[in-house]
Design a protein around this ligand. Structure first.
Ligand SMILES: [Ca+2]
Ligand SMILES: [Ca+2]
Ligand SMILES: [Ca+2]
Length: 109
């Protein structure tokens, strides 16, 4: 399970995103609207994946097992869009939900 640190030049966290027993990195840089997952291949060698192109300014990031099924999900929050990004490697696609106080999407709440 990863920890969350927030400081310039962006937000990053780490954890085993793809459940292969090595540590991967997640990053969103200041002034960069993208969210990246860096998959660790060999020790210290990483492959870059883009989780989102248009996420705006990230406020926080975390790699944690949200649903308790034994593998980690990636969570990022956005200042600009008000979204919470949740990426589950098993589903291979990022999910994004607006907070329940956003009345433009009442069906999600
Ligand atoms: Ca991994
Ligand atoms: Ca790996
Ligand atoms: Ca999980």
């Amino acid at each position: 399970m990863g920890l969350n640190y927030q400081a310039a030049p962006g937000v990053f966290s780490w954890g085993d995103v793809d459940d292969d027993d090595d540590i991967d990195l997640t990053v969103s840089g200041d002034g960069d609207p993208r969210v990246f997952w860096f998959e660790q291949l060999e020790a210290g060698e990483f492959r870059q994946h883009t989780l989102r192109e248009d996420f705006g300014q990230a406020a926080g990031g975390l790699v944690a097992d949200l649903d308790g099924n034994g593998d980690a999900e990636v969570v990022f929050t956005s200042y600009d869009t008000g979204e919470v990004l949740i990426f589950d490697y098993r589903q291979r696609r990022p999910l994004a939900q607006r907070p329940c106080h956003d009345r433009t999407t009442p069906a999600r709440c």
